[in-house]
Design a protein around this ligand. Sequence first.
Ligand code: ADP
Length: 626
Amino acid sequence: MTLSGSAPGSDDAEPETRETRDSRYRFLIRLWPRIRPHRPALIGAIVLIILGTIIGLAFPLIVRDLLDAAFEVGDRGMLNRIALFLMGLFLLQAVVNFGQSYLAAAVSERIVARLRKDLFSHLMAQPPGFFARRRVGELSSRLASDAGLIQSILRFGIPELVRQGLFLLGALVLVTIAHPRLTLVTMIAIPPTVVAGWLLGRRVRRLSTGIQDRLADAVSRAEQVFTQITTVQSFTREGWEEERFSTDVNATRDIGLHRAVARALLTGTVSFTAFGAIALVLWEGGRLVLEGALTPGTLVAFLLYAVLIAGAVTSLAGFWGNLQEASGAARRIFGLLDLKVELQEPAEPRSLPTPLEGRVRYRDVQFRYGPDLPRVLHGIELEIQPGETVALVGASGAGKSTLAALLPRFYDVEGGTVQVDGIDVREVRLADLRARIGLVPQEPMLFAGTVRENLRYGNPDAGDDEVETAAREAHAHEFISRLPKGYDAVIGERGITLSAGQRQRMAIARVMLKAPTILILDEASSALDAESERLVQDALDRLMEGRTTLVIAHRLSTILRADRILVLDQGEIAARGRHRELLESSELYARLYRRQFDDAMASSSAPTPDSGSSEPAVSVSEVSDG
Ligand code: ADP
């Protein structure tokens, strides 16, 4: 859970129920403020749609005149003129369609691009815990496919709705005026089409949702397998995973087949009723022509209207499916956009002094990750002097990472204050605060891109020589120069993967380029080989020089050298002092220390408490929280 970041109800993950389904069209309505600024283009598109509809409606009438000119009047000149006029009209229609289609595309592309950018920024402002409890794939699919669904409804769905709606109305009025009796015959086809479209359409949609769900299960399963491939392979569970995947995929296939039947029935029914109506019109119309009550041209015009009306009805029936899909997408997107940005920027921000001294103070800090969650930190009192190194130790879950995360204000305190140089971190701009704090995470990840780009993440303005200096300082230069393209090698490509120790040194170089006053180190809990360890340690020493450092300690050398050690126990500071004092005064510390460092002790000259256990150096149950 995030720090009260997810107020109950703001979670978008609840399954769709009947109640939400009824009210969900309102999410589409919420697109309106985003559409409104494009009003001129929108009006243009509507005018063009109306024009296109008028042309479409006129077409059967012109055909009537053309045919009657040929069959009834026998006027060749008139025939030519009408044919020419018809060509001109179609040309105009092509231009109108082009314009309308372009305007709809332009507006929808812009709206959806904006929506994607807003969503991305909004998500980036969420606290780290938000991402910990969500599947990243789910968020990516909001950005990609859900936004895509909205685009397609704006681009095709709504213009089509307007066009076909207008067309249907216009055509019905025209045929009724022209020939009420024939219209009645045509209308016979409409009820069965609508009923079939509604019933079967509903079934198709329901099956489609089923397919989406099962497919999502399969894909997310695959995603997990890919990210944990070593676990799968080491337990040789490929066969089992294959079966699980197959189950979902087979279910998808089976529902897909049901859907195919429903779809085929739908198409069949619609085409039968449409062509049946045409046959009826021909039959009744033919009789009228024989009686001399109707010209052949009028009959053909009628036929054309019947076909076009059937087309409009079918396409309107299909529209509801798309509309529901798009509403679902809008609901999910707005669900995310509605999440409050928990960390408010101060209305009147204070500036941190430059240069910053780097004095850090926690005053009676209380914290919990959410209103309904237990308190994680209780009354933390801590002062770190400029340049001082404070090591945090404690069992897993004691609150070390949480305590550290409050300093760059990843979360806000529930009570008390966190101060930097005497200023409450909530009173300065987030960017200003975070610019002064460097973070070396436990298991640094690098971005896909070149080594140089990754290092420059710490300071985009750094020149090539600065990048290299930082890399040298961090003992990264040596291995970087051995890469095929050196600083321009692309990480993740052609087998360029870096070892844990190399990634750590990259992360250190990155922070060196940033040159912050305050450092937060989350030491890796898994041991590197001795040589890597030495290089990382040396790089860290250089990084820490002259900087205020808060370190979540897992290395013996770190706690031995820290100016002060803080022992956290269930969110409280249980003891503080230097290593030797604590060994004497704190039973908890002595216990933690024995458990964690017994092995390391063997090879170190540090004072040895009684060493009973033979656990490996870093086997403490510390599990990375990322
Ligand atoms: P440590 O770093 O000492 O292992 P943490 O600060 O990670 O401890 O965790 C302290 C407590 O807060 C634990 O009980 C943990 O379960 C809880 N916790 C940590 N992160 C979150 C989070 N994002 N949401 C909810 N609870 C969390």
